[in-house]
Design a protein around this ligand. Structure first.
Ligand code: GLU
Length: 445
């Protein structure tokens, strides 16, 4: 593959979720591996559903994930190109005006379904004579327009799914332009793919039929056909498809949770593929390993647990410089010692902030800790200066005096110092806190 030009073409009608950005990532990686170009194309011909706030968030999300695009276009600025292509196809007799109302179309569809026939448009409008069309237009009726499919079987080789056959006889002639003059998806998509010299179209398997239709439009416009790859759709943990309106799986939400973008990319590149899921620290490393042919045809199941696992692997390997760029610490307590202490115990970046708070703000919550035990612990707490042996000294005296062992010995201290049952090693933690804070917390102030 040389200099592949790919594109990610979201409609700005909702927030991006992990499934959307998986498609973006695959396109990005295919172009990156071949020293090509990755284009962001905003498919916003549907004016009613497209919103600027979603365009902004798409760009922000891609940026956060490091999926840097080389060029960006918005379809609403390119209508002239679609008009030109429309005229060419019309002149070739491949686009025809139709006049049915949505209600009439619905009735036709239902009639076919009742007769157990595929609900394919009957091409009634194709049978209209020129004078009939003229009088409909003269009477003020506005047409909508369909592209005339050939009724052939379209064959193509898919990068992920191998040989594909789309039977166009089973499809309705697609509506190209609506009565209000707005274009629907298929024509602008093909026109842009031609104009932008797209070499590879990687998109979800829900577009396989569209690809069959679009190949006919590419041919009708005398253009080269790009290479297609249809990735299987990502499903949620309970097997449901992700939706743009489901904020729980949105990139915004992962960001808020403190997930590292490299964890999302690592998961998305290997989920639903034959390769092991591994944590990659950068897109460069990922691109070196990535093979689109390793993706499988079966649905890819997203897993929060897997994402958390990758995230904690990535985060714990960060050196202090890398992590401190990602942490907002208004208390200025986050330093190298702090990071060394907590890094094995966190899954997400927001947990770093939790630990900053735990160490600096009073602990909330009522814990059932034996008061006498804490009093003995206070008595035996060594005086400063402290070093790496202080914890052992303290705890062995405490063990001797209280006869407590194992969990009974550590857990009350952990709870008193942090308010949590789990966390970083206490021998390091007390050094971060220092005598006064440890004493304060043993006194449960
Ligand atoms: N706007 C379409 C979508 O979001 C683009 C599909 C394509 O990649 O052509 O599904």
């Amino acid at each position: 593959m040389n200099n592949s030009i790919t594109r990610f073409a979201p409609s700005p009608s909702g927030l991006l979720h992990v499934g959307n950005v998986r498609t973006a990532l695959l396109n990005f990686l295919v172009s990156k591996r071949s020293n090509g170009k990755f284009i962001l194309r905003i498919d916003d011909t549907d004016q009613d559903r497209s919103k600027n706030k979603y365009i902004d968030s798409i760009k922000e999300n891609l940026n956060w994930l490091g999926l840097k695009y080389d060029e960006c276009y918005q379809q609403s600025n390119r209508i002239k190109l679609y008009d030109e292509a429309f005229d060419i196809l019309k002149a070739k007799g491949l686009i025809y005006p139709c006049f049915e109302t949505p209600d009439e179309l619905d009735k036709k569809r239902k009639r076919l379904i009742t007769r157990r026939m595929p609900p394919v448009y009957d091409r009634a409008a194709l049978k209209l004579e020129q004078d009939e069309i003229k009088s409909l237009l003269d009477s003020g009726k506005k047409p909508y327009w369909r592209f005339k499919l050939s009724s052939k079987k379209v064959k193509f080789k898919d990068l992920i799914r191998g040989d594909i056959n789309v039977d166009l006889a089973a499809q309705s002639d697609p509506v190209i332009k609506r009565e209000d003059g707005n274009y629907l998806y298929n024509l602008p998509s093909v026109v842009d793919d031609i104009d932008m010299k797209i070499t590879h179209i990687i998109r979800g398997e829900d577009h396989i039929t569209n690809s069959g239709i679009q190949i006919e439009i590419f041919n009708a416009l005398d253009a080269n056909i790009p290479i297609f790859g249809h990735n299987s759709l990502l499903v949620s943990e309970n097997g449901e498809p992700f939706s743009k309106r489901n904020a729980a799986a949105s990139i915004e939400q992962l960001k808020e949770k403190g997930i590292d973008p490299n964890a999302v990319n690592s998961l998305n590149a290997s989920i639903g593929s034959s390769v092991d899921i591994e944590a990659y620290e950068s897109l460069d490393l990922l691109a070196d390993k990535f093979e689109i042919s390793s993706l499988s045809k079966s649905p890819a199941r997203y897993s929060n647990n897997q994402l958390d696992k990758l995230n904690s692997q990535l985060i714990s390997n960060y050196d202090f410089d890398q992590i401190s760029q990602l942490i907002k610490d208004k208390n200025n307590v986050f330093d190298e010692e702090f990071w060394d202490c907590i890094k094995q115990n966190i899954t997400t970046l927001s947990e770093v902030s939790d630990w900053i708070r735990i160490l600096n703000e009073p602990i909330k919550g009522d814990f059932n800790i034996e008061e006498n035990f804490l009093i003995v612990a206070q008595d035996l707490l060594p005086n400063e200066p402290w070093d790496s042996k202080t914890w052992d000294e303290w705890i062995s005296k405490l063990k001797e005096k209280t006869q407590n062992k194992g969990k009974e010995l550590f857990m009350p201290i952990r709870l008193a110092l942090t308010g949590k049952k789990n966390g970083p090693e206490l021998n390091k933690l007390i050094l971060l806190m220092g005598y006064n804070k440890v004493m304060e917390r043993l006194k449960r102030k």
